[in-house]
Design a protein around this ligand. Structure first.
Ligand code: GLU
Ligand code: MG
Length: 452
Protein backbone atom coordinates (compact mmCIF):
# COMPACT_ATOMS: atom_id res chain seq x y z
CA UNK A 1 0.00 0.00 0.00
CA UNK A 2 1.58 3.29 -1.06
CA UNK A 3 1.28 5.14 2.19
CA UNK A 4 3.40 8.16 2.94
CA UNK A 5 4.25 8.09 6.65
CA UNK A 6 3.92 11.59 7.99
CA UNK A 7 4.15 12.72 11.59
CA UNK A 8 2.67 9.63 13.15
CA UNK A 9 -0.18 9.14 10.75
CA UNK A 10 -0.48 7.73 7.29
CA UNK A 11 -1.17 10.41 4.75
CA UNK A 12 -3.13 8.73 2.02
CA UNK A 13 -2.31 9.26 -1.62
CA UNK A 14 -4.85 10.68 -4.13
CA UNK A 15 -4.97 7.32 -5.92
CA UNK A 16 -5.94 5.48 -2.73
CA UNK A 17 -8.66 8.01 -2.02
CA UNK A 18 -9.94 7.61 -5.58
CA UNK A 19 -9.99 3.83 -5.24
CA UNK A 20 -12.24 4.11 -2.16
CA UNK A 21 -14.58 6.60 -3.85
CA UNK A 22 -14.78 4.37 -6.92
CA UNK A 23 -15.63 1.29 -4.84
CA UNK A 24 -18.31 3.10 -2.89
CA UNK A 25 -19.85 4.13 -6.18
CA UNK A 26 -19.52 0.78 -7.95
CA UNK A 27 -20.80 -1.23 -4.98
CA UNK A 28 -23.64 1.26 -4.25
CA UNK A 29 -22.53 1.58 -0.63
CA UNK A 30 -25.13 3.52 1.34
CA UNK A 31 -23.23 4.27 4.56
CA UNK A 32 -19.62 4.33 5.66
CA UNK A 33 -18.94 3.61 9.32
CA UNK A 34 -15.91 5.46 10.65
CA UNK A 35 -14.23 3.58 13.50
CA UNK A 36 -11.69 4.39 16.15
CA UNK A 37 -11.22 3.17 19.73
CA UNK A 38 -11.25 4.81 23.11
CA UNK A 39 -8.39 4.30 25.54
CA UNK A 40 -9.76 0.92 26.75
CA UNK A 41 -10.15 -0.38 23.20
CA UNK A 42 -13.94 -0.07 22.93
CA UNK A 43 -14.88 0.49 19.33
CA UNK A 44 -16.46 3.87 18.61
CA UNK A 45 -18.27 4.48 15.37
CA UNK A 46 -20.19 7.12 13.50
CA UNK A 47 -21.57 6.91 10.02
CA UNK A 48 -21.41 9.15 7.00
CA UNK A 49 -23.12 9.03 3.62
CA UNK A 50 -21.14 8.67 0.39
CA UNK A 51 -21.70 12.38 -0.30
CA UNK A 52 -19.51 13.24 2.70
CA UNK A 53 -16.76 10.76 1.91
CA UNK A 54 -14.54 12.86 -0.31
CA UNK A 55 -14.33 15.62 2.29
CA UNK A 56 -13.75 13.05 5.03
CA UNK A 57 -10.85 11.51 3.14
CA UNK A 58 -9.23 14.88 2.57
CA UNK A 59 -9.89 16.72 5.82
CA UNK A 60 -11.52 14.25 8.21
CA UNK A 61 -14.83 14.52 10.04
CA UNK A 62 -15.15 16.55 13.24
CA UNK A 63 -16.62 15.02 16.40
CA UNK A 64 -16.92 15.82 20.09
CA UNK A 65 -14.14 13.97 21.88
CA UNK A 66 -15.26 14.87 25.39
CA UNK A 67 -17.53 11.85 25.76
CA UNK A 68 -14.89 9.38 24.61
CA UNK A 69 -13.21 7.61 27.55
CA UNK A 70 -9.63 8.81 27.92
CA UNK A 71 -9.94 11.64 25.37
CA UNK A 72 -9.80 15.34 26.23
CA UNK A 73 -12.05 17.11 28.69
CA UNK A 74 -14.75 19.49 27.55
CA UNK A 75 -12.42 22.52 27.16
CA UNK A 76 -10.55 21.09 24.19
CA UNK A 77 -12.91 18.50 22.89
CA UNK A 78 -12.98 19.18 19.14
CA UNK A 79 -11.46 16.20 17.42
CA UNK A 80 -11.19 15.11 13.81
CA UNK A 81 -11.33 11.52 12.54
CA UNK A 82 -9.49 10.87 9.25
CA UNK A 83 -10.39 7.56 7.62
CA UNK A 84 -7.43 5.46 6.50
CA UNK A 85 -8.22 4.33 2.91
CA UNK A 86 -6.21 1.12 3.38
CA UNK A 87 -8.86 -0.03 5.87
CA UNK A 88 -11.87 0.29 3.56
CA UNK A 89 -13.92 -2.93 3.76
CA UNK A 90 -17.51 -3.87 3.07
CA UNK A 91 -19.30 -5.11 6.18
CA UNK A 92 -20.60 -8.70 5.84
CA UNK A 93 -24.17 -9.49 4.83
CA UNK A 94 -26.45 -6.57 5.55
CA UNK A 95 -29.53 -5.68 3.52
CA UNK A 96 -28.09 -2.24 2.96
CA UNK A 97 -24.49 -2.07 1.75
CA UNK A 98 -22.34 -0.63 4.47
CA UNK A 99 -18.56 -0.23 4.56
CA UNK A 100 -16.21 0.52 7.39
CA UNK A 101 -13.00 2.52 7.57
CA UNK A 102 -10.68 2.86 10.53
CA UNK A 103 -9.64 6.37 11.43
CA UNK A 104 -6.66 8.21 12.80
CA UNK A 105 -7.74 10.91 15.22
CA UNK A 106 -6.16 14.34 14.80
CA UNK A 107 -6.58 17.73 16.45
CA UNK A 108 -8.29 20.57 14.53
CA UNK A 109 -4.79 21.73 13.43
CA UNK A 110 -4.23 18.36 11.78
CA UNK A 111 -1.69 17.14 14.34
CA UNK A 112 -1.89 13.47 15.37
CA UNK A 113 -3.86 13.34 18.63
CA UNK A 114 -1.81 12.05 21.60
CA UNK A 115 -4.88 10.38 23.11
CA UNK A 116 -5.56 8.20 20.05
CA UNK A 117 -4.49 4.58 20.70
CA UNK A 118 -3.77 4.08 16.98
CA UNK A 119 -1.32 6.96 17.20
CA UNK A 120 0.34 5.34 20.24
CA UNK A 121 0.97 2.26 18.12
CA UNK A 122 2.18 4.35 15.18
CA UNK A 123 4.73 6.01 17.48
CA UNK A 124 5.99 2.61 18.68
CA UNK A 125 6.43 1.60 15.03
CA UNK A 126 8.37 4.83 14.39
CA UNK A 127 10.76 3.86 17.19
CA UNK A 128 11.12 0.40 15.65
CA UNK A 129 11.96 1.88 12.24
CA UNK A 130 14.50 4.24 13.77
CA UNK A 131 16.25 1.12 15.13
CA UNK A 132 16.54 -0.45 11.67
CA UNK A 133 13.58 -2.87 11.56
CA UNK A 134 10.71 -2.41 9.14
CA UNK A 135 7.97 -4.76 10.36
CA UNK A 136 6.60 -5.96 13.71
CA UNK A 137 4.59 -9.06 12.84
CA UNK A 138 2.02 -10.21 15.35
CA UNK A 139 -0.34 -13.17 15.47
CA UNK A 140 -2.79 -12.94 18.39
CA UNK A 141 -4.87 -16.00 19.34
CA UNK A 142 -8.11 -14.63 20.74
CA UNK A 143 -10.20 -17.02 22.80
CA UNK A 144 -13.83 -16.38 23.73
CA UNK A 145 -16.87 -18.04 25.28
CA UNK A 146 -20.32 -18.43 23.78
CA UNK A 147 -23.20 -18.29 26.24
CA UNK A 148 -26.96 -18.62 25.82
CA UNK A 149 -27.37 -14.90 26.57
CA UNK A 150 -25.63 -12.02 28.32
CA UNK A 151 -27.51 -12.53 31.57
CA UNK A 152 -25.60 -15.59 32.70
CA UNK A 153 -22.95 -18.11 31.76
CA UNK A 154 -25.04 -21.02 30.52
CA UNK A 155 -22.78 -22.73 27.94
CA UNK A 156 -23.93 -24.02 24.55
CA UNK A 157 -21.89 -27.22 24.84
CA UNK A 158 -19.58 -29.19 27.07
CA UNK A 159 -17.04 -29.88 24.29
CA UNK A 160 -13.34 -29.67 25.13
CA UNK A 161 -10.09 -28.92 23.30
CA UNK A 162 -10.40 -29.61 19.56
CA UNK A 163 -13.79 -31.25 20.17
CA UNK A 164 -15.41 -32.30 16.91
CA UNK A 165 -18.62 -33.93 17.96
CA UNK A 166 -22.24 -32.95 17.88
CA UNK A 167 -21.60 -31.58 21.35
CA UNK A 168 -19.87 -28.69 19.65
CA UNK A 169 -23.07 -26.86 18.85
CA UNK A 170 -21.11 -23.83 17.78
CA UNK A 171 -19.25 -25.29 14.77
CA UNK A 172 -21.62 -23.66 12.28
CA UNK A 173 -21.35 -20.38 14.11
CA UNK A 174 -17.55 -20.55 13.95
CA UNK A 175 -17.70 -21.23 10.23
CA UNK A 176 -20.04 -18.29 9.62
CA UNK A 177 -17.69 -16.12 11.66
CA UNK A 178 -14.67 -17.22 9.62
CA UNK A 179 -16.55 -16.52 6.38
CA UNK A 180 -17.44 -13.03 7.57
CA UNK A 181 -13.89 -12.26 8.71
CA UNK A 182 -12.38 -13.46 5.45
CA UNK A 183 -14.87 -11.36 3.49
CA UNK A 184 -13.42 -8.36 5.36
CA UNK A 185 -9.86 -9.12 4.30
CA UNK A 186 -8.84 -10.97 7.48
CA UNK A 187 -7.30 -14.35 6.60
CA UNK A 188 -7.92 -17.13 9.14
CA UNK A 189 -5.58 -20.04 9.89
CA UNK A 190 -6.89 -22.13 12.76
CA UNK A 191 -10.38 -22.60 14.11
CA UNK A 192 -11.19 -24.85 17.04
CA UNK A 193 -13.03 -25.53 20.24
CA UNK A 194 -10.92 -24.58 23.26
CA UNK A 195 -10.45 -26.34 26.60
CA UNK A 196 -13.34 -24.69 28.46
CA UNK A 197 -17.02 -25.56 27.90
CA UNK A 198 -18.36 -23.39 25.08
CA UNK A 199 -14.92 -21.81 24.65
CA UNK A 200 -13.60 -21.15 21.14
CA UNK A 201 -10.61 -19.86 19.26
CA UNK A 202 -10.31 -18.48 15.74
CA UNK A 203 -6.74 -17.58 14.78
CA UNK A 204 -6.00 -14.89 12.25
CA UNK A 205 -2.98 -15.19 9.99
CA UNK A 206 -0.19 -12.99 11.35
CA UNK A 207 0.07 -9.45 10.00
CA UNK A 208 1.99 -6.28 10.75
CA UNK A 209 1.01 -4.74 14.08
CA UNK A 210 -1.14 -1.84 12.89
CA UNK A 211 -3.12 -4.02 10.47
CA UNK A 212 -3.45 -6.63 13.19
CA UNK A 213 -4.75 -4.17 15.78
CA UNK A 214 -7.35 -3.09 13.18
CA UNK A 215 -8.16 -6.77 12.49
CA UNK A 216 -8.48 -7.48 16.21
CA UNK A 217 -11.13 -4.84 16.90
CA UNK A 218 -12.96 -6.00 13.78
CA UNK A 219 -12.72 -9.65 14.88
CA UNK A 220 -14.27 -8.89 18.27
CA UNK A 221 -17.19 -7.09 16.68
CA UNK A 222 -17.80 -9.78 14.04
CA UNK A 223 -17.65 -12.63 16.59
CA UNK A 224 -20.15 -10.83 18.80
CA UNK A 225 -22.48 -9.84 15.97
CA UNK A 226 -22.66 -13.30 14.44
CA UNK A 227 -23.32 -14.84 17.85
CA UNK A 228 -26.04 -12.29 18.48
CA UNK A 229 -27.74 -12.98 15.16
CA UNK A 230 -27.97 -16.63 16.21
CA UNK A 231 -29.45 -15.53 19.55
CA UNK A 232 -26.32 -16.13 21.67
CA UNK A 233 -23.78 -14.01 23.49
CA UNK A 234 -20.04 -14.07 22.76
CA UNK A 235 -17.73 -12.69 25.41
CA UNK A 236 -14.03 -11.86 25.54
CA UNK A 237 -14.21 -11.47 29.31
CA UNK A 238 -10.89 -12.96 30.51
CA UNK A 239 -12.32 -15.26 33.20
CA UNK A 240 -16.09 -15.74 33.01
CA UNK A 241 -16.24 -19.22 34.63
CA UNK A 242 -14.82 -20.06 38.03
CA UNK A 243 -12.74 -23.24 37.96
CA UNK A 244 -12.36 -23.31 34.15
CA UNK A 245 -9.69 -21.95 31.80
CA UNK A 246 -9.99 -18.26 31.10
CA UNK A 247 -9.65 -16.62 27.68
CA UNK A 248 -6.18 -15.53 26.63
CA UNK A 249 -4.75 -13.67 23.68
CA UNK A 250 -1.38 -15.37 23.24
CA UNK A 251 0.52 -13.16 20.86
CA UNK A 252 3.18 -14.48 18.47
CA UNK A 253 5.71 -11.81 17.58
CA UNK A 254 8.69 -11.29 15.30
CA UNK A 255 10.66 -8.35 13.93
CA UNK A 256 11.58 -8.22 10.27
CA UNK A 257 14.06 -6.18 8.35
CA UNK A 258 14.01 -6.31 4.52
CA UNK A 259 12.17 -9.63 4.47
CA UNK A 260 14.56 -11.24 6.95
CA UNK A 261 13.43 -12.42 10.37
CA UNK A 262 15.66 -10.56 12.83
CA UNK A 263 14.86 -13.15 15.56
CA UNK A 264 16.41 -16.05 13.61
CA UNK A 265 19.92 -17.45 13.84
CA UNK A 266 20.45 -20.91 12.29
CA UNK A 267 23.57 -21.53 14.39
CA UNK A 268 22.11 -20.79 17.80
CA UNK A 269 21.01 -23.69 20.01
CA UNK A 270 17.51 -22.20 20.20
CA UNK A 271 17.67 -20.71 16.67
CA UNK A 272 17.38 -17.30 18.28
CA UNK A 273 19.51 -14.33 17.24
CA UNK A 274 21.02 -11.85 19.71
CA UNK A 275 18.21 -9.45 18.69
CA UNK A 276 15.55 -12.08 19.42
CA UNK A 277 17.07 -12.85 22.81
CA UNK A 278 17.35 -9.20 23.83
CA UNK A 279 13.74 -8.56 22.68
CA UNK A 280 12.47 -11.39 24.88
CA UNK A 281 14.68 -10.21 27.75
CA UNK A 282 13.11 -6.74 27.40
CA UNK A 283 9.58 -8.13 27.60
CA UNK A 284 10.43 -10.23 30.65
CA UNK A 285 12.15 -7.29 32.33
CA UNK A 286 9.21 -4.92 31.81
CA UNK A 287 6.32 -7.43 32.00
CA UNK A 288 5.15 -6.34 35.45
CA UNK A 289 5.19 -2.66 34.44
CA UNK A 290 3.03 -3.11 31.32
CA UNK A 291 0.75 -5.78 32.78
CA UNK A 292 -2.00 -3.18 33.33
CA UNK A 293 -1.99 -2.66 29.55
CA UNK A 294 -2.16 -6.25 28.27
CA UNK A 295 -4.37 -7.36 31.20
CA UNK A 296 -6.40 -4.23 31.90
CA UNK A 297 -9.43 -5.32 33.91
CA UNK A 298 -10.05 -6.43 37.50
CA UNK A 299 -11.19 -9.71 35.95
CA UNK A 300 -7.93 -10.16 33.96
CA UNK A 301 -6.15 -11.08 37.19
CA UNK A 302 -8.62 -13.88 37.95
CA UNK A 303 -7.28 -15.54 34.78
CA UNK A 304 -3.58 -15.09 35.59
CA UNK A 305 -3.53 -17.73 38.34
CA UNK A 306 -1.77 -21.12 38.48
CA UNK A 307 -3.37 -24.17 36.92
CA UNK A 308 -5.28 -22.93 33.87
CA UNK A 309 -2.61 -22.73 31.11
CA UNK A 310 -2.28 -19.00 31.71
CA UNK A 311 1.11 -17.63 32.71
CA UNK A 312 1.82 -16.40 36.21
CA UNK A 313 5.60 -16.36 36.42
CA UNK A 314 7.97 -14.15 34.50
CA UNK A 315 10.14 -16.65 32.65
CA UNK A 316 10.63 -18.04 29.15
CA UNK A 317 10.70 -21.51 27.75
CA UNK A 318 10.54 -23.55 24.54
CA UNK A 319 7.73 -25.89 25.41
CA UNK A 320 6.42 -24.96 28.79
CA UNK A 321 2.98 -23.33 28.64
CA UNK A 322 3.21 -22.04 32.20
CA UNK A 323 5.98 -19.63 31.14
CA UNK A 324 5.22 -16.06 30.15
CA UNK A 325 7.06 -16.30 26.83
CA UNK A 326 7.42 -19.41 24.75
CA UNK A 327 9.44 -20.10 21.62
CA UNK A 328 7.02 -22.42 19.83
CA UNK A 329 8.58 -25.63 18.55
CA UNK A 330 6.15 -26.28 15.71
CA UNK A 331 8.73 -25.64 12.99
CA UNK A 332 12.12 -25.48 14.69
CA UNK A 333 14.83 -23.88 12.60
CA UNK A 334 12.38 -22.38 10.07
CA UNK A 335 13.38 -18.74 9.61
CA UNK A 336 9.96 -17.32 8.78
CA UNK A 337 8.29 -19.19 11.66
CA UNK A 338 10.77 -18.23 14.39
CA UNK A 339 8.88 -16.13 16.88
CA UNK A 340 8.24 -15.36 20.53
CA UNK A 341 4.79 -16.16 21.90
CA UNK A 342 3.82 -13.99 24.86
CA UNK A 343 0.98 -15.63 26.78
CA UNK A 344 -0.15 -13.05 29.32
CA UNK A 345 -2.32 -10.67 27.22
CA UNK A 346 -6.06 -11.27 27.25
CA UNK A 347 -8.53 -10.65 24.43
CA UNK A 348 -10.28 -7.79 26.26
CA UNK A 349 -7.21 -5.57 26.01
CA UNK A 350 -6.84 -2.54 23.78
CA UNK A 351 -4.80 -4.15 20.97
CA UNK A 352 -3.26 -0.84 19.82
CA UNK A 353 -1.89 -0.09 23.29
CA UNK A 354 -0.95 -3.73 23.93
CA UNK A 355 1.07 -4.13 20.71
CA UNK A 356 2.71 -0.74 21.34
CA UNK A 357 3.69 -1.65 24.93
CA UNK A 358 4.97 -5.08 23.90
CA UNK A 359 7.02 -3.57 21.09
CA UNK A 360 8.52 -0.87 23.30
CA UNK A 361 9.46 -3.42 25.97
CA UNK A 362 11.19 -5.61 23.38
CA UNK A 363 12.95 -2.66 21.72
CA UNK A 364 14.15 -1.47 25.13
CA UNK A 365 15.77 -4.88 25.60
CA UNK A 366 17.52 -4.55 22.22
CA UNK A 367 18.58 -0.95 22.77
CA UNK A 368 19.92 -1.55 26.27
CA UNK A 369 21.36 -4.99 25.50
CA UNK A 370 19.45 -6.89 28.22
CA UNK A 371 20.72 -10.42 28.95
CA UNK A 372 18.26 -13.26 28.41
CA UNK A 373 18.06 -15.44 31.54
CA UNK A 374 18.25 -19.25 31.17
CA UNK A 375 15.02 -20.92 29.93
CA UNK A 376 12.78 -22.62 32.49
CA UNK A 377 11.62 -25.92 31.09
CA UNK A 378 9.89 -27.30 34.20
CA UNK A 379 6.25 -26.70 35.11
CA UNK A 380 6.52 -23.42 36.99
CA UNK A 381 3.19 -23.93 38.77
CA UNK A 382 4.84 -26.79 40.62
CA UNK A 383 7.81 -24.87 42.05
CA UNK A 384 7.60 -23.85 45.70
CA UNK A 385 7.96 -20.14 46.50
CA UNK A 386 11.48 -20.89 47.83
CA UNK A 387 12.50 -22.63 44.60
CA UNK A 388 11.19 -19.74 42.56
CA UNK A 389 13.07 -17.29 44.74
CA UNK A 390 16.27 -19.30 44.32
CA UNK A 391 15.89 -19.15 40.54
CA UNK A 392 15.01 -15.45 40.63
CA UNK A 393 11.55 -15.95 39.11
CA UNK A 394 9.07 -13.19 39.91
CA UNK A 395 5.32 -13.33 39.37
CA UNK A 396 3.01 -11.03 37.41
CA UNK A 397 0.93 -8.62 39.51
CA UNK A 398 -1.83 -10.45 41.38
CA UNK A 399 -4.42 -7.71 41.08
CA UNK A 400 -5.26 -4.74 38.89
CA UNK A 401 -4.33 -2.53 41.88
CA UNK A 402 -0.81 -3.96 41.99
CA UNK A 403 -0.51 -3.72 38.20
CA UNK A 404 -1.51 -0.05 38.22
CA UNK A 405 1.08 0.74 40.90
CA UNK A 406 3.72 -0.89 38.71
CA UNK A 407 2.55 0.99 35.62
CA UNK A 408 2.36 4.31 37.43
CA UNK A 409 6.03 4.03 38.42
CA UNK A 410 7.29 2.89 35.01
CA UNK A 411 9.38 5.12 32.75
CA UNK A 412 9.01 2.57 29.97
CA UNK A 413 5.19 2.65 30.20
CA UNK A 414 5.25 6.44 30.12
CA UNK A 415 7.45 6.39 27.03
CA UNK A 416 5.25 3.76 25.38
CA UNK A 417 1.88 5.38 26.05
CA UNK A 418 2.92 9.03 25.92
CA UNK A 419 2.07 11.52 28.69
CA UNK A 420 -1.60 11.97 27.80
CA UNK A 421 -2.60 8.31 27.57
CA UNK A 422 -0.33 7.38 30.47
CA UNK A 423 -1.92 9.79 32.95
CA UNK A 424 -5.53 9.22 31.82
CA UNK A 425 -4.99 5.47 31.88
CA UNK A 426 -3.55 5.40 35.39
CA UNK A 427 -6.43 7.56 36.62
CA UNK A 428 -9.12 5.50 34.91
CA UNK A 429 -7.79 2.11 35.98
CA UNK A 430 -7.14 3.24 39.53
CA UNK A 431 -10.76 4.27 39.73
CA UNK A 432 -11.83 0.86 38.43
CA UNK A 433 -9.72 -0.81 41.11
CA UNK A 434 -11.06 1.52 43.84
CA UNK A 435 -14.66 0.78 42.79
CA UNK A 436 -13.97 -2.93 42.93
CA UNK A 437 -12.02 -3.20 46.15
CA UNK A 438 -14.84 -1.84 48.30
CA UNK A 439 -17.33 -4.41 46.99
CA UNK A 440 -18.45 -7.25 49.24
CA UNK A 441 -18.32 -10.57 47.41
CA UNK A 442 -20.48 -13.70 47.81
CA UNK A 443 -17.27 -15.50 48.87
CA UNK A 444 -16.87 -13.21 51.87
CA UNK A 445 -20.50 -13.61 52.87
CA UNK A 446 -20.28 -17.39 52.64
CA UNK A 447 -17.02 -17.68 54.50
CA UNK A 448 -17.30 -14.95 57.11
CA UNK A 449 -20.86 -14.00 57.93
CA UNK A 450 -21.76 -17.17 59.78
CA UNK A 451 -18.51 -17.68 61.66
CA UNK A 452 -17.09 -14.26 62.46
N1 GLU B 1 -7.06 -20.44 27.80
C1 GLU B 1 -5.68 -20.43 28.20
C2 GLU B 1 -5.28 -19.01 28.66
O1 GLU B 1 -5.94 -18.48 29.45
C3 GLU B 1 -4.75 -20.90 27.12
C4 GLU B 1 -5.03 -22.23 26.50
C5 GLU B 1 -4.12 -22.50 25.29
O2 GLU B 1 -2.99 -22.96 25.49
O3 GLU B 1 -4.50 -22.18 24.18
O4 GLU B 1 -4.31 -18.41 28.29
MG1 MG C 1 -5.79 -21.30 22.84
Amino acid sequence: MAMVEQKGRAKSTPSERERVLREVNEQSVKFIHLWFTDIEGHLKSFSITPAELEGALDDGMGFDGSSITGFNAIEESDMVAIPDPATFQLMPNGDVKVARMICDVVTPDGEPYDGDPRNVLRRALDRMRSMGFDTFNVGPELEYFLFKDDQGTEPLDEGGYFAMTTMDAASDLRHDTVKALESMGIPIEYVHHEVGPSQHEIDMRYASALDMADHTVTYRLVVKEIAKKAGFHATFMPKPLFGENGSGMHTHQSLFSEGKNAFFDADDEWHLSAVGKAFIAGQLHHAREISAVFAQWVNSYKRLVPGYEAPVYVAWSRRNRSALIRIPLYKPGNEQATRAEIRCPDPACNPYLTFAALLHAGLEGIEKGYELPAPMEQNLYKLSPEERKERGIVALPETLGEAIDELAGSELAKKALGDHVFSSYVKLKRKEWDDYRVQLTPWEMENYLGVL
